[in-house]
Design a protein around this ligand. Sequence first.
Ligand SMILES: Cc1ncc(COP(=O)(O)O)c(C=O)c1O
Length: 458
Amino acid sequence: MTPSLTDPVIAGVPASRISALAAAEAMTYTAARPLSQAASKKGGLHWLDGVPMHWMTDWPQPFPAHIASAQGAKITDVDGNTLDDFCLGDTGSMFGHSPEPLARAIQQQASQGLTYMLPTTAAQDVGVLLSERFGAFRWQVATTATDANRFALRVARAVTGRPKVLVFNGCYHGTVDDAMVALKDGMTVTRPGLMGQVTDLAATAHCCEFNDLDGVKAALETGEVAAILTEPVMTNSCMVLPEPGFHDGLRALADQYGALLIIDETHTISSGLGGYSAVNGLRPDIFVVGKCVAGGLPTAVWGLSAAVAERYVAANASRASGHSGMGTTLSANPLQFVCLRATLSEVMTPDNYAHMEAGAARLAAGLADAIAKHAAPWHVVRVGARVEFICHPVPLRNGTEAAQAHHPDLEAAVHAALLNRGCLIAPFHNMMLVSPVTTDAQIDRLIQAFDDTLALLF
Ligand SMILES: Cc1ncc(COP(=O)(O)O)c(C=O)c1O
């Protein structure tokens, strides 16, 4: 295709074709959703920017679908449109909507109190199950993965006595201030766009490129780094896989320079039983996982290795009295315990992971075939149950390459086309999840929808 100044080509597609597709899909969407549109108009005036949480405007539709119900891997809006759900609440519902053991557990607990600030016997069951599933850590419960990461960083700073956290360019660990930095011309800078930011985050964070062990080493040599905070795979940009030896290198460098290694498995829990760490033998000092760990009920857990727990206890015993800066009132409530127990024992099972893995492999192969058929300069990447098509010809090495491979207008048009063909995928880049209850028929429908969409673009 010859690029033109008036009609630039984006990832192989002329911009005019992208905007034509987006406009046509917006009309189709609107025509099928009069009740959602009316609901948006009615209630929208009372919410800031029209929605109860601003991410709801990140979907590429003219107004958000209002959901009537969701069950398994299907989601139905108030207009009666049922979609195959491959977004699954951006991982919160990775095991399907309202799995039966969760619904049962919630129902049983619902009439027995919802928050006490005291443990239950279910809590003790959960402690055992967490260690069986993820390794022998000393656990704490939080309500969001954002909080769990914040608390993990506080521990890391407390036990090392060092100020900085090392994160990777393009990472996301929730709305944790420390991780909101980027690399600009080789320097760590506060990310642009942060609301109400008054401090220079580079004072307490150091940003490196993923897969760059030399960069990590140089940062650790300063002696300022308390912890490396990383996902095993970068899933919050266009997906970036670790190169062979990267994780071994991180572990070795952390040990050599006395920094802690915090592994955030909030998304990579899709990798298989126990998350990426268990599947690939990683040895974090602090392990964090949230979102789907209690089947979608707001819950996260963070665990300290025995050695770090010992250091934490010593630091805690010798600190000045006062608030530690960790904990929130509704965390570790009885509903979380029964949901954690049900998820860990009945949902996060080898059989369910085997189903997710097989389905995701089928999806990845089907999408790759469609890309080849249309000669699109794109590729597919997969980590267990998590699949992504990337509008770039070759695998990505780091956050800078991932940012360059992200084409918001093109991706939004593709997402809109998939939705109108019955398939919902995550609004942030091109992420799809296969749940234990996703069927081959649903997967094949998504592959067909993708193929049809590529036929419109190429
Ligand atoms: C890797 C990772 N960690 C933490 C979080 C934060 O999760 P939450 O928004 O539930 O606090 C996210 C959210 O997308 C994430 O992807």
